[in-house]
Design a protein around this ligand. Structure first.
Ligand code: SAM
Ligand code: SF4
Length: 481
C-alpha cells in the first residue's frame, strides 16, 4: 500500500507496511501437488480428529488428497461424528441484513462493484428503513443478524456502530435482536475498537482467495481491496484492538479449492499461535451468479468437491464454527449440514430493504449482490431442520455471558454442549414456537423438545430446563445458561 489515503478512506500505513505474511503460496502448492491418498495415514488422522485436536497443514493436505469412494465415505462419517460430539445436534440460525451496496472496489465477482455504476441499483438504508427491516426480521422470529456493507467512505466505523446500536434498541413485541455480527471491509485498529464498543459479536472478513496471483486477477490493484496484505492482516488488527471473535472465509470458485482450504487452515493456525485464539467461524461461500459476472473467469467447485471441503475443514479446525449460507440450495444444505455445519442463515433476502416489503420469492439481480439458492422462509427452514433431528437454535448466550475467544475455547470441552448449548437451543426454540411459529411447526417443535428432554442424562438439568420451559409458556423470555 503506497497511499495513506485511497478513495478518501484513510488507511493505517504503519500496519499495512509491517503486515505479516503467513500464507506460503509455494508450500501450499507443493503440498497439494505432492500429497497422495494414503489409507494408513488417513486413518491415523481420523483418530487424531476424533480426539478433537486441530490438524497440521500436512495432515489437512492428506485429507484433501482423498479421491477413493471408500476414503470419502470414511471422511464424511468421521466429520459427522466430530460435529455431533462438539456441537451436538443444534444448528444456530441467523439472517443477513444488507445495509448498503455503495462500493468503491471492483471485485470481478460482485454485483455491487463500482464499475457497474447504475446497472446496480444503489441504496443505503436510512434510520427509519433500518428500523423497519429490523422490526420485520424480529416479527419473523430472528434474534441474530449479520449486517453487510459494501466498502465506501460513508460506511465508517461510527456508521457501522450506529447501525449496531439501532439493531439492539429496536424491539417489536417479544422480539429483540440479541447478537449483531458484521461483514464489512477490514478496518484499522481504531475502527475495530469503535465497533467493538458498540457490542458486536463476530466481525467477518473473507480473504476471498489466499492465492496471491489470483487475488491480483480479481481485485484491481488501485482499489483499496487490491491490497492483499491489508486484508490478510485484518484479523490481526482486530485482535490488537481487543476483539476476540472473528470470522474468516474464502470465496470458493476463484482458485483451486484445495489451496483455499489450506489457506484457511494456515490463517487459523496463525491466529491460534499468535493470539492464543483461533477464528470463531469459517465461511466457505461458493460463487453465485451476479450482475456482470463472466463465467469463464471462475474455477467452479462441484457439489462433490464442496462436500469434501466442508468435511475436511470440520476435521482440521474442530472448535471453529462452520457457516453455510443460503447461497447453497436446499438439496446441498440437506447433504452437507450433517458433517460439518454449525450455523446457517434462513429466510434470507439480499435486496436492500426487502425484509419489510411484500414477499413474492423473486430475486432481481440488479438489486442484489448475487443470487441465493435457498429462498425458503424461516418457519419452513426450522421445520425442515427439526424433521432432520436438528435443534434450531437462536442462542446468544456465550457471547452475552462473556464466553468468547480464549474463554470460549476452554468451554468447548466435553459436557459443555449438554450443560449449555442443548438447553439454550431448546429454550430459544420454545420462544420461537410460542411467539412466531406456524401451527405445524409448533407441533413438531414441542415433539422435538420432548425427545430432547428424554435424551438428557442429567436429571437435575432436565428438571431445570422444564421449569424454564413452563416460564416461557407463561410469557417470560431470554433465560440464559
Ligand atoms: N464489501 C465487504 C468486503 O468485500 O469485504 C463486505 C463483504 S461482501 C458484501 C460479502 C461477501 O460476499 C464477500 O466477501 C464475498 O466473499 C461474497 N461475494 C461477493 N460476490 C459474490 C458472488 N457472486 N457469489 C457469492 N459470494 C459473493
Ligand atoms: Fe465491494 Fe465487497 Fe463487492 Fe468487493 S465484494 S465489490 S468490496 S461489496
Amino acid at each position: 500500500m503506497n497511499n495513506a489515503t485511497r478513495n478518501n478512506i484513510k488507511l493505517d500505513m504503519s500496519l499495512s507496511d509491517n503486515a505479516v505474511d503467513f500464507i506460503d503460496d509455494d508450500r501450499l502448492t507443493y503440498l497439494i501437488e505432492n500429497t497422495e491418498e494414503n489409507e494408513a495415514e488417513i486413518e491415523r488422522i481420523f483418530e487424531k480428529s476424533k480426539s478433537k485436536q486441530a490438524l497440521t497443514l500436512e495432515e489437512t493436505a492428506s485429507l484433501l488428497a482423498i479421491r477413493s469412494k471408500e476414503g470419502l465415505e470414511r471422511l464424511y462419517e468421521t466429520a459427522r461424528e466430530v460435529k455431533r460430539s462438539i456441537y451436538g445436534n443444534r444448528i444456530v440460525l441467523f439472517a443477513p441484513l444488507y445495509i448498503g451496496n455503495s462500493c468503491v472496489n471492483n471485485c470481478k465477482y460482485c454485483g455491487f462493484r463500482a464499475s457497474l455504476g447504475n446497472k446496480t441499483i444503489r441504496k443505503t438504508l436510512n434510520h427509519q428503513e433500518l428500523v423497519d427491516e429490523i422490526t420485520s426480521l424480529e416479527n419473523e422470529g430472528h434474534k441474530r443478524l449479520i449486517l453487510v456493507f459494501g466498502e465506501h467512505p460513508k460506511y465508517t466505523p461510527e456508521f457501522i456502530a450506529e447501525c449496531v446500536k439501532t439493531c439492539y434498541e429496536t424491539k417489536s413485541g417479544n422480539g429483540e435482536i440479541r447478537r449483531v455480527n458484521i461483514n464489512a471491509a477490514p478496518l484499522d485498529i481504531e475502527g475495530f475498537r469503535k465497533v467493538k464498543e458498540a457490542g458486536i459479536g463476530t466481525f467477518q472478513v473473507f480473504q476471498e482467495t489466499y492465492h496471491k496471483a489470483t487475488y491480483r486477477k480479481f481485485h484491481p490493484e488501485n482499489d483499496i481491496k487490491g491490497d492483499y496484505m491489508w486484508r490478510l492482516n485484518a484479523m490481526d488488527r482486530a485482535f490488537q484492538a481487543g476483539c476476540d471473535d472473528m470470522g474468516i472465509g474464502a470465496l470458493f470458485g476463484l482458485y483451486d479449492w484445495r489451496f483455499e482450504v489450506l489457506g484457511l487452515v494456515s490463517h487459523a493456525i496463525h491466529l491460534q499461535k499468535t493470539y492464543g485464539v483461533g477464528p470463531h467461524t469459517i465461511s466457505f461461500p461458493r460463487i453465485q451468479p451476479a450482475n456482470g459476472l463472466d463465467r469463464k473467469d471462475f474455477h467452479f467447485v462441484s457439489d462433490e468437491e464442496f462436500k469434501q471441503l466442508v468435511a475436511v475443514l470440520r476435521l482440521a479446525v474442530p472448535y471453529t464454527g462452520l457457516i453455510m449460507t443460503a447461497r447453497e440450495s436446499e438439496a446441498i444444505r440437506n447433504e452437507v449440514m450433517e458433517f460439518g455445519v454449525s450455523q446457517i442463515d434462513a429466510g434470507t433476502r439480499l435486496e436492500i430493504g426487502a425484509y419489510s416489503k411484500e414477499k413474492d420469492g423473486s430475486q432481481d439481480i440488479s438489486r442484489e449482490q448475487f443470487m441465493v439458492g435457498d429462498t425458503r422462509e424461516l418457519d419452513s427452514v426450522i421445520r425442515w431442520l427439526m424433521n432432520k433431528d436438528f435443534i434450531p437454535s437462536f442462542c446468544t448466550s456465550c457471547y452475552r455471558l462473556g464466553r468468547t475467544g480464549e474463554h470460549f475455547m476452554e468451554f468447548a470441552i466435553p459436557g459443555f454442549i449438554g450443560n449449555f448449548c442443548t438447553p439454550n437451543a431448546i429454550l430459544t426454540l420454545a420462544e420461537y414456537l410460542e411467539d412466531y411459529a406456524s401451527e405445524e411447526t409448533r407441533k413438531d417443535g414441542y415433539a422435538l423438545i420432548e425427545r430432547e428432554l428424554e435424551k438428557m442424562k442429567d436429571s437435575s438439568r432436565r428438571d431445570a430446563v422444564k421449569v424454564k420451559l413452563s416460564k416461557i409458556r407463561e410469557g417470560k423470555r431470554d433465560m440464559l445458561y
